[in-house]
Design a protein around this ligand. Structure first.
Ligand code: NAP
Length: 525
């Protein structure tokens, strides 16, 4: 695919209005052609106007039409998967094979959302039929369905440059809900972003939809993202990235004359609790498995298991030695961006300053932006004393916590802030302690895993990739899985409507054969 570096505003190509940039190959520390355009407030405004113009027709597409559109995007992603992976590998330092897997996953997500759309349950059609004879007051016919929020702004993430970026789950779920999307591309992979943007732009055209259903913008500073969050026609925002960036955008949206929801996914250390019986039985296996998952994608994953807690006793030495062996065996690898690499180095120093002891390190960095793997150990008392030890180090570092006893284990569990995920490694005789931990973890995490690790995340109906702050800014929602569509929907109630004016999902004869809640009971009637 030929890259022009232009912004994609509806069906138009727009050249630079605020300077240009080139992608950086972080493995060689050299720039890659071509130049990519930066836009500004005017381009966001044009994209938002188009998105608003597109809203009514797109929100009212039939379920079949919208599902077919999502499948067109999936087909387009499949067609460029190899080329896309190769370009993004240059821009990110990630292996081509890993990126091909991500491209396949993204295409699957669009097909999964096509199924969700066809099923129509996302409408949550709910009917309270009229009760004219009800005493003391008659009830009118009430019918509820969920409709799309409006045009939304989506910030592409840096760390999964396909499945959390332009053609990622946020875009798939927003389009499935019926929301036109303005995508703010991450500058870490501008070429890959353009390729995915062109696939979606082409699918919009081929499906005969209004051009405003999708636009891609890019900017050289905060201005473009701020303009997106501020724009009065934008009705919701999603973001994956740093806590500082996410909260700046979240707060900004609350200061609008009409505050809008901003769903941010920010930071999580995904603690792993190894319970005593499991530790004694298979400490070495658990330590090896943990370190292996921690190092996936150079530790630059929101679900990286970053902190492991185990009570000192039988199996502890085997666990620690297995972690050390895996970390020492790891070559330094290229990290995504200079900024992420610099933050990693700083945060590794922070752990040492906070009293964690460096017990293992992988191969020394060779390239400018390589991340050297590091394993720290700290005792439980120190962990309780210094909350900074519980904060994320984005990159290939982990912390092993040597816990004194069960009470300290529980106390540390209570100290964690909100998490995407927590894990318990346990055996049958650990169940009493697991039952004590469970309510503590439920209050702090979106997902609790037993005898596995947080990463990877399943994309399915029961998936949750969310959790209390600071994992996300709204613990009621998920950014991955089929229910992530709920971020982009809002309920509307139709009271006393004649049948011909009712939306399809709510008509009396249920023409789409949808499951609906009728008088409180699930029904296809
Ligand atoms: P980031 O700095 O938060 O940036 C994410 C996106 O938001 C970028 O497009 C950025 O635009 C934009 N942005 C950030 N702050 C903004 C603001 N105040 N106003 C307007 N736009 C804003 O994240 P990153 O560049 O991907 O990585 C930086 C750090 O974030 C990492 O070191 C890591 O700690 C964390 N991170 C965490 C996760 C996770 O899943 N937990 C994922 C990725 C990153 P510009 O690039 O143009 O500034």
């Amino acid at each position: 695919m030929k890259l022009t570096g232009n912004l994609l505003i509806g069906a138009q190509e727009v050249s630079a209005t605020a300077g240009t940039m080139k992608a950086l190959n972080p493995a060689t520390n050299t720039e890659i052609e071509p130049s990519f355009a930066f836009g500004g407030v005017a381009q966001v405004d044009r994209a938002a106007q188009l998105a608003d113009d597109a809203f009514d027709s797109y929100n009212n597409t039939s379920l079949a039409e919208r599902a077919a559109f999502l499948e067109r995007i999936a087909d387009g992603l499949d067609a460029i998967a190899s080329e896309l992976a190769q370009r993004i590998s240059l821009e990110s330092g990630l292996p081509v094979a890993q990126l091909e897997g991500e491209a396949a996953k993204s295409a699957i997500q669009f097909r999964q959302f096509a199924t969700v759309v066809r099923q129509g349950r996302f409408r949550q059609a709910t009917i309270d039929p009229a009760q004219p004879d009800r005493q003391p007051r008659a009830r009118m016919d009430h019918r509820l369905q969920k409709i799309a929020l409006g045009p939304v702004g989506i910030f592409g993430a840096s760390n999964f440059p396909i499945s959390y970026s332009v053609a990622g789950g946020d875009t798939a779920s927003a389009l499935a809900a019926g929301c036109p999307v303005i995508l703010k591309a991450h500058n870490a992979h501008p070429g890959g972003s353009e390729m995915m943007g062109r696939v979606i732009q082409q699918a919009v055209k081929d499906a005969g939809l209004h051009e405003g259903v999708f636009s891609l913008v890019r900017g050289g500073g905060n201005e473009i993202g701020e303009a997106l969050v501020d724009h009065p026609l934008i009705k919701g925002v999603t973001f994956t990235g740093s806590e500082v960036g996410g909260m700046a955008l979240f707060r900004r949206a609350q200061l609008r004359p009409d505050p809008i929801p901003v769903f941010t996914e920010m930071t999580s250390v995904n603690p792993t609790f190894v319970l005593p019986s499991a530790l004694a039985a298979r400490g070495g296996v658990i330590g090896d498995g943990f370190a292996e998952r921690m190092l996936v994608t150079v530790g630059q994953a929101c679900l990286k298991p970053a902190i492991l807690l185990a009570i000192d006793g039988p199996g502890y030495v085997e666990l620690k030695n297995a972690m050390i062996a895996r970390v020492e065996d790891m070559q330094a690898r290229t990290m995504l961006t200079p900024g992420i690499n610099n933050a990693y180095r700083k945060n590794v120093e922070r752990q040492a300053e906070a009293g964690a002891q460096r017990i293992a390190a992988g191969g020394e960095s060779q390239g400018a932006w390589d991340g050297q793997s590091v394993l720290f150990e700290v005792d439980g008392a120190r962990m309780l004393d210094d909350a900074t030890l519980s904060e994320e180090v984005f990159g290939p570092a982990a912390l092993l916590v040597r816990v004194k006893d069960v009470e300290q284990f529980i106390a540390i569990a209570k100290q964690f802030r909100g998490q995407l995920c927590a894990t318990m490694q346990l055996d049958q005789s650990d169940h009493a302690l697991a039952a004590r931990l469970l309510p503590i973890l439920e209050r702090r995490t979106g997902r609790i895993v037993v005898n596995a690790f947080a990463h990877p995340q399943e994309v399915s109906y029961a998936s949750i990739h969310g959790g209390p702050f600071p994992a996300t800014s709204d613990s009621r929602f998920t950014s991955v899985g089929m229910s992530s569509i709920e971020r982009f929907l809002r309920p509307v109630c139709y009271q006393g409507f004649p049948d011909d004016l009712l939306p399809e999902a709510l008509k009396h004869d249920n023409p789409r054969d949808l499951w609906r809640v009728v008088d409180g009971e699930l029904s296809k009637a």
